[in-house]
Design a binder for this molecule. Structure first.
Ligand code: BGC
Length: 355
């Protein structure tokens, strides 16, 4: 799978004070053209994911066709069509809507172009060769366990009030985030230690289209005015990620005067770090995008050179056509107490980014 990449290299030399520019154009070997389709540049993490992958793939000698789709499914489909038409040899795709890529990926399959689903599983198509993500169930479980510990649910009776805010209903990860958290929290709801004053607990009721901060904020403002305006205390909010946690914090800032709740999150977005440091968001789940990008680059390189892609899970992720062999990276809980070590000392961020 080698392509020639013709890089115009100017081999200039000075001869007796005259600039001589020979016409030689050096041919460099490219190991192949890789299409990387990311959902949006609106959210910090996808910019990091895209940039990390591009940098690492190029360092390994690949050409990279990196596209962001502005969270618009039709745009993502047409970007992938173009990648196929342009001769991209492998596609790495973080889908906007897991169920909407079947038709375009049938074309990829016809053209024998391998597909790696990146972070979000692509559903109901047999064109997906591998899946690389963080352990999404563990993300939700970690958030749920944080709430159990923070409210000391094992040793106290409560009852404590909790609300739920998850993400886009078309994102398969939501099932794992919400499922993992509910496996931990549901027993306490059943026992009556946790109460949900809004009563909103189904996946559709707690969803946030496109994971948008404004949408989460609007829904939470409604919840506060309908169920908490009489002074009812809110003890915890399970927010599945940082963009939705930010919406919750914004709604609370303008509409709530009770004791501040425990709020969870995910991604350690720069925008959320001041809230985490100030204790307005109790925790986030750190998914080091450098780790995921490196793993995917390893997978790409293995596939492109005819080797075996690394996987560590062959049970959890069925996309409707069967289990997709997966590599799951490990997420870690971040709080005001350990963010320095995990985010600053590791070189992921610099402290001045949080000012
Ligand atoms: C990702 C999260 C992210 C969310 C919104 C999910 O699929 O796993 O890390 O916060 O999408 O972009």
């Amino acid at each position: 799978m080698k392509r020639k990449l013709f890089a115009a290299v100017l081999c200039a030399s000075m001869v007796a004070g005259t600039l001589v520019v020979p016409t030689a154009v050096h041919a460099e070997e490219s190991k192949g053209l890789i299409g990387v389709a990311m959902p949006t540049q609106d959210l910090q993490r996808w910019n990091q994911d895209g940039e990390n992958m591009k940098k690492e793939l190029e360092a390994k000698g690949y050409e990279v066709d990196l596209q962001y789709a502005g969270n618009d499914v039709a745009t993502q489909v047409s970007q992938i069509e173009n990648m196929i038409a342009n001769g991209d040899q492998l596609l790495v795709i973080a889908s906007i809507e897991g169920d909407s890529l079947g038709t375009v990926l049938a074309q990829a399959k016809e053209n024998e172009i391998p597909v790696i689903a990146y972070d979000r599983l692509i559903m109901n198509t047999d064109a997906v060769s591998y899946y690389a993500t963080f352990d999404n169930y563990l993300v939700g479980k970690t958030q749920g366990e944080y709430i159990v510990d923070a409210l000391d649910l094992e040793n106290t009776d409560g009852p404590y009030n909790i609300e739920f805010v998850t993400g886009d209903p078309g994102d398969n990860n939501v099932n794992f985030f919400f499922g993992g958290a509910m496996d931990v929290l549901q027993p306490y709801i059943d026992e009556g230690k946790l109460v949900v004053p809004s009563g909103q607990m189904t996946k559709d009721e707690v969803a946030t289209v496109n994971w948008a901060t404004e949408t989460a904020q609007a829904r939470f403002e409604n919840i506060l005015s309908s169920y908490y305006a009489d002074g009812t205390n809110l003890d915890a909010v399970l927010a599945s990620n940082d963009s939705t946690a930010l919406g919750v914090a914004n709604a609370l800032a303008a509409n709530y005067t009770g004791e501040y709740p425990v709020i969870t999150g995910q991604d350690c977005d720069v925008a959320n770090m001041p809230n985490i440091i100030d204790g307005k968001q109790a925790m986030s789940v750190f998914k080091d995008t450098r780790t995921l990008a490196s793993k995917v680059v390893e997978m790409v390189d293995a596939i492109m050179t005819g080797g075996e892609a690394p996987v560590n899970d062959t049970e959890s992720y069925d996309n409707g056509t069967g289990i997709i062999p997966s590599y799951l990276c490990e997420p870690v809980a971040v709080t005001a107490d350990n963010y320095k070590e995990l985010l600053i000392d590791s070189g992921y961020y610099t402290e001045d980014q949080f000012e």
